[in-house]
Design a protein around this ligand. Sequence first.
Ligand code: C5P
Length: 212
Amino acid sequence: MIIAIDGPAASGKGTLGKRLAAHYGFRHLDTGLIYRAVGKAVLDRGGDLADEAAALEAARSLDPAHFDDPELKTQAAGEAASVVSAHPAVRAALLDFQRTFAAAPPGAVLDGRDIGTVICPDADVKIFVVAKPEVRAHRRALEARSRGEAADEGAILADILKRDERDKNRAAAPLKQAEDAVLLDNSYLDIEGGVRAAIDIVEAVRAGRRRV
Ligand code: C5P
C-alpha cells in the first residue's frame, strides 16, 4: 500500500508521515528533505540556486545517508529547497528514487507536495494536509526554538506565504490537491489528533466508506 501525504502543511518535520508509517509498519520518506538536501548542496558549493544546471548536478550526486543532517531543518534550507524544487530537470532527476522507494514492500508513506499528483498518482490513499499559515508559523517557531535557534514568527509567516505562492504557481509539479485526495485541516489538532485523523482517513478509504 502507498499513502501519499501532500499539502502546504504536509511534511514540516515529517512527523505525521513518520507516525502513520510506524502505525502501519511501512517505510517513510519525507520528500521535502530531498529538495532541502539539494538546495543545501548548491549553497555549500557556493552555487546559485537559480542555476538549473548546478541544482541538477547536486540532485544527481545526492546521498540519502545525509538526510538526517539537522541543518536540513533550518528555514534557510527550506527556502533553498523551494527555489531548486521549481527546476523541472531537478524534479525529473529525483522521480525514480521516489517511485522506487514507494514501490518497495511492505508499503510506504511519502510526504511532500506532488506525491498524489505526479510521483504516485495511483497511491491507495491520498491525504492533503492544510493548516492556517499563522498556526504553521507558530509551530515552525516552536520547532526552531527547540533546536536552540532564534525565531521571528512574523518573518517565518512571511516566508511561509512566499513559499506557498511559489510552490502553487510554479510550472513544474505545482502544489495542488489531487482530485481523489481527502482534505485534512490540522489547524486545531495537536500531533496526536492529526495522526488519529489521518488513520481514520486511511481506514475509511481502504474500507470504501464515505460520508454522504
Ligand atoms: O516540506 P518542506 O518544508 O520540507 O519542503 C521544502 C520545500 O521543498 C517546499 O516548500 C517545496 O518547494 C519543496 N518540495 C517540493 N516537492 C516535494 C517536497 C518539497 O517541491 N515533494
